[in-house]
Structures are given as C-alpha cells and as structure tokens.
Design a protein around this ligand. Sequence first.
Ligand code: ADP
Ligand code: MG
Length: 322
Amino acid sequence: MAGEFDLIDKYFCRQKLERSDVLLAQGDDCAIVSCPADKQIVISTDTVVAGTHFLPDAPASWVAHKALASNLSDIAAMGAEPAWVSMAITLPSLDSEWLEEFCDSFFALADAHNLKLIGGDTTKGPLSISLTIQGLVAKGKALTRSGAKAGDIVCVSGNLGDSHAGLEVILDKNKCVLPSASELEGRHFITSSRVELSQKLVGLASSCIDISDGLISDIQHIMKRSSCGVDIDVSLLPVSEELEAFSLHPDSEYKDAWRYALCSGEEYELCFTVSPDLLESVQALSNEIKAIGVVNESRILTLHQAGNTLDAKLFGFDHFRE
Ligand code: ADP
Ligand code: MG
C-alpha cells in the first residue's frame, strides 16, 4: 500500500523492548532468532477479522489486545514462555489515530510478556490481523492435549462465563441495565492470558488447553487427543459474583451462571488435567485453580449437577452456531 515502508517504520518498528536472542528484526527479508540448545520452539497463528471476530467499529486498542491475548493464550496452553511474534495486518486505510491506539495497546501487552515483534506484512484491504507467535519451552516438556489419564482431576484456572455475558451486553444494549453489565462487558473486552501460571504447570499437568471456544467444546479436544472421557460437576464451575447476579435476571440468555461457564468462548483461562497426587501442589500455585471433574475411560463427556446427569449435547457451542 502507498507509504507502506514509512508506515512500517513509524508504527511497527517502535517497540523499545529488546531480546538478546533476536539477531535481526524488521528491515530485512526475514528475521533471525536463536534458540538455546535445551529449549524447543512452539509456534501458533491466529487471525482476527473485522465483522467476524470483532465489531467493525471496535476500539483499536481492544482489537490489538484481543488479537495478541488470544495468541498469548495458545502459548500459555503449551506451558511456554512468549518470545517472538510476527504480524500480517490488512488495513482499509492509513488512519494514524487508529494505528497509534492499536500500536500502543499491542506493544503494552507484548512488553508485559517480554514478547518482541520481529516482522510481518502490511497490506490494504478489509481490516484483519494475523499473528504468528513463537515461544520457548524446555525440551520435551510442553503441555499438550494428549496426556490426560483416567483418574486425573480436571481443573480450570479461574472464573468462567463472564466473557459471554459481556458479549450479550455488547450485542444488545438493552441489557446494559442488567446487574453488573458494565463489569461483564469490560471482561469481554480485556482478557488476560495465563502465561505465567502455565509455565508453573509444566511437569505437573498431564494435559492442557486454553478455553477459546468454550469449556464444553475445548474439553472435548483433550478427550479426543487423550482417548478418554470426562465427567464434570457443573456445580463446581467457578463463576464470578457479577455473573451470578447477571444470570439471575429474567432477561439474561441463560438462567444459570454455570451455563455461561460451560459455553462461554474467548475466556482464555486454562483447562488442564492433573494426577490426584499432584493436585495439592497445583492448587498451591493459585487459589483461583478449581477442580471441576474427573477423567475416565469412557470417551464421552458427562455433566452432573447435584447427582443428576445432564445431557452434554444440549450445550454444544461452535463458530457456526446461530
Ligand atoms: P518483503 O517485500 O520482503 O515481504 P515487506 O516490504 O513486506 O518485505 O516488509 C519490510 C519489512 O518490514 C520486513 O522486514 C517485514 O518483516 C517488516 N514488516 C512489514 N509489515 C510489518 C508489520 N505489520 N509488523 C512488523 N513488521 C512488519
Ligand atoms: Mg511482505
């Protein structure tokens, strides 16, 4: 696009953070990084598109935060430490105010995680941001979806459901009068990824995933990759007081906070499994970690509430849901 190189220099080369393992960043055909001999590199790409993943008029600071937080969450799911990121950005126009706000937010979050922007691509077209993030983890120690074993305890790293309730408020302004609506809206906008906590789970958790599509959907990825089943007690799902109050209102979409907790996407909390003898060590890491269920050999997902079995199929959630 016109003025592409000036734009790249002005906005995408401004990060002050330096990493000694970045030998060459923006300005050449490729970036060059070095990796310690005892580490492995984990790599993940995520794209956000205006109109699909965020409303076209969403604030630039939030778009940047959301794009990067979801990438950081993937790094967290592997127990890795963030290192480098590349950004392919498509912009409808050269809007300096938008770019200022976008970059301030992007680099604030990147700096907070010692993550260096090392390159990318800038094009003109409908707004979208695609990030490829890379992280470092001790050789052979990455947390994956495939290690859960029958008898392991299923845990989550913090309250679930707020993000979906917040989205409900954003999409239907009439709901802004519901209890705690503004707090929940804020939690949809700004989520933090469990990057520090997950590194402490290395060597303790048997499997791990970040909750991006909703617990009920993401837990099934662990089940598939680990060839196991999971039994969740919905009364153990951690929810905020704000969500409790919101869900009690007759105009809320779901009438129980635990339904939000099961289905809410874009949480960026971790769901992981741990052998029962390590549960105490894991819970000592953070009082937000809660045990919510048990792994079994059945290969199916069962949900319980006060001794009653619920039908898990009723709670499916994916991108194609109307
Ligand atoms: P090439 O033509 O070799 O693909 P570009 O002109 O696309 O190079 O990019 C020039 C330099 O600027 C490259 O080093 C590239 O990594 C960097 N760059 C381009 N866009 C971005 C961006 N959005 N963020 C960070 N670096 C970028
Ligand atoms: Mg290019």
